[in-house]
Design a protein around this ligand. Structure first.
Ligand code: ZN
Ligand code: MN
Length: 259
């Protein structure tokens, strides 16, 4: 890491932080520590919202808070499940309380505009619950929180154009085409492209939940749909589209902060 990055809350001094209160949205990247196949590291779900948030901060006044790097328990049909070494998850109540406390702490300091940018499917409703519990304790005019799952802002026609061989749907996308492509774009050194072949042990996964989770339910690689067809160029297109879309959402929802 070289130099200070003034988009990042953890690089600011306290007087700099104080100056940015209510001059910018504060974005919490919400992720997970979860297996992502043989070709990608455990941090994908936190790296992607972090790097998207930093780019968004170039397009709209924003401060990127230190990410929450743990998420709710990986489910077999959307994240490969909890049996892989390295997948290290929170109970739902812990995640809910962490999001609640983040919103409460920023609003206690006077910040009124907060964004939660989520990179892990299983987090969504627990994060919503955390926001709801925080807001329940404060007057309605004091804070506004916008929660965004990045994958909900990729248009179907863009997916068709980028991945003409077929897109498996977002649940099966875990460690697949879009995550691999954006990792190749943002953090190419962390993708081991020649291990993609080893992910080819595909098989159907039950579309219902079994507890306790039976071993061997998902492919041994942990990848639910192979990621051939991903490239850094496609990742750049996806990142550009997402930054534009999300910056537009922020201009709509927080017009007083728009430059
Ligand atoms: Zn992921
Ligand atoms: Mn995930």
């Amino acid at each position: 890491m070289t130099g200070r990055d003034l988009r990042r809350m953890d690089h600011l001094t306290w007087p700099e932080f104080h100056e940015r209160l209510n001059q910018a949205v504060f974005i919490l990247p919400l992720g997970a520590t979860e297996q992502h196949g043989y070709h990608m590291p455990l941090g994908v779900d936190v790296f992607l919202p972090l790097h998207l948030a930093l780019r968004i901060a170039d397009a709209f006044p924003a401060v990127v808070a230190p990410p929450l790097a743990y998420g709710y328990k990986s489910q077999p049909k959307s994240g490969g499940g909890g049996l892989f070494p390295g997948t290290t998850s929170l109970d739902g109540s812990t995640l809910t309380a962490s999001v609640r406390d983040f919103v409460r702490e920023l609003s206690r300091q006077g910040q009124q505009s907060i964004v939660i940018l989520n990179g892990h499917m299983e987090n969504s409703l627990f994060a919503s619950e955390g926001v709801d519990l925080a807001l329940r304790e404060m007057p309605a005019h004091e804070v506004k929180v916008v929660s965004i799952n990045w994958w909900e802002h990729v248009a179907d026609d863009l997916l068709d154009r980028l991945f003409p061989e077929g897109f498996p749907g977002w649940e099966a996308e875990h460690a697949g085409l879009t995550e691999t492509a954006m990792m190749m774009h943002f953090l190419p050194d962390l993708v081991v492209a020649d291990r993609l072949e080893a992910n080819e042990d595909q098989k159907p996964i039950p579309q219902y939940a079994i507890a306790p989770e039976p071993p061997g339910l998902v492919p041994a690689s942990g990848v639910l749909h192979q990621a051939h067809g991903a490239s850094a160029e496609k990742g750049a297109v996806l990142a550009d589209v997402l930054v534009d879309e999300i910056a537009q959402i922020l201009r709509t929802e927080f017009p007083a902060l728009a430059r």
